[in-house]
Design a binder for this molecule. Structure first.
Ligand code: NAD
Length: 246
């Protein structure tokens, strides 16, 4: 059994839950963070070696509490996975400030706040950060002014973290998933977008939660010990096509 401890935000379902399961298979204990209390309780119920924390990553006091409660329960933090996210697709003219802030609060502020709070614990273990961006953060497109901008911010924030924290042995990397059929994606992918993705992706299909989780666990592990500041697209080849997002 490994001594390692991971925090996974947005762990109640989707990519975060798949990541939790893969860490557990490796013997890593996991603090599962989510603001959806019923979904979190249900997800954590069948899992051994987890701590369920009902918290909102966009609140500074919650970010501090996530770290304190994890250290109190497990004694250390080796891996932080900033995965909690929300999506909002809409034209610029219809994206009012409230919609913009809702996306930024979770997708960008949440990554900043949880990472900031975790630094002292990660310094002790020479730990890792993996931030979840999106192919929408790598390429501008219609409908994604808030979502795409937040994810581009996550990619840059990851580079800032890698550059500043390397001297403490902390590695920071980013995973940029292509489309996966989670609740988040299905709320914003119209039938036309789904069909267009199938045509556009060289692998002609959506990815699975576990296919994204494998990249997250790899970047967190010692197998990636010389990798930092990188964005790994896990996208069925979409990035390589050079074409626009549907
Ligand atoms: P999901 O909706 O299945 O899971 C996201 C989880 O995050 C939910 O359980 C939700 O309750 C939680 N969450 C949201 N805001 C939170 C907050 N402020 N505090 C705590 N928990 C919060 O979505 P998913 O598709 O698994 O998304 C995971 C990450 O992957 C997100 O960052 C998303 O932007 C990114 N992503 C997803 C796709 C895709 O196609 N599914 C593509 C690219 C990137």
């Amino acid at each position: 059994m490994s001594e390692r401890v991971a925090i996974v935000t947005g762990a109640a379902r989707g990519i975060g839950l798949a990541t939790t399961r893969l860490f557990l298979e490796e013997g890593v204990r996991v603090a599962m963070v989510d603001r959806d209390a019923p979904a979190l309780r249900e997800a954590a119920a069948g899992l051994d070696g987890v701590l369920a924390l009902e918290r909102d990553v966009s609140r500074p006091e919650d970010a501090v509490a996530i770290i304190a409660e994890t250290v109190a329960a497990f004694g250390r933090i080796d891996h932080l996975v900033n995965n909690a996210g929300v999506a909002d697709f809409g034209p610029i003219e219809e994206t009012d400030f409230a919609r913009w802030r809702r996306v930024m609060e979770t997708n960008l502020d949440g990554v900043f706040l949880c990472s900031q709070a975790a630094f002292p614990a990660l310094r002790k273990t020479r730990g890792t950060i993996v931030n979840i961006a999106s192919i929408s953060g790598l390429r501008a497109s219609t409908l994604r002014v808030a979502y795409g901008t937040s994810k581009a911010g996550v990619i840059h924030l990851t580079q800032q973290q890698a550059v500043e924290l390397g001297e403490y042995g902390i590695r920071a990397n980013c995973v940029a998933p292509g489309p996966v059929r989670t609740k988040l994606a299905m709320a914003v992918h119209s039938p036309e977008i789904i069909a267009a993705y199938h045509d556009a992706l060289p692998l002609n299909r959506y990815g699975s939660e576990e296919e994204i989780a494998r990249a997250i666990v790899f970047l967190s592990s010692d197998k990636a010990s010389f990798v930092t500041g990188q964005t790994l697209s896990v996208d069925g080849g979409f990035e390589a096509t050079g074409i626009g997002l549907p």
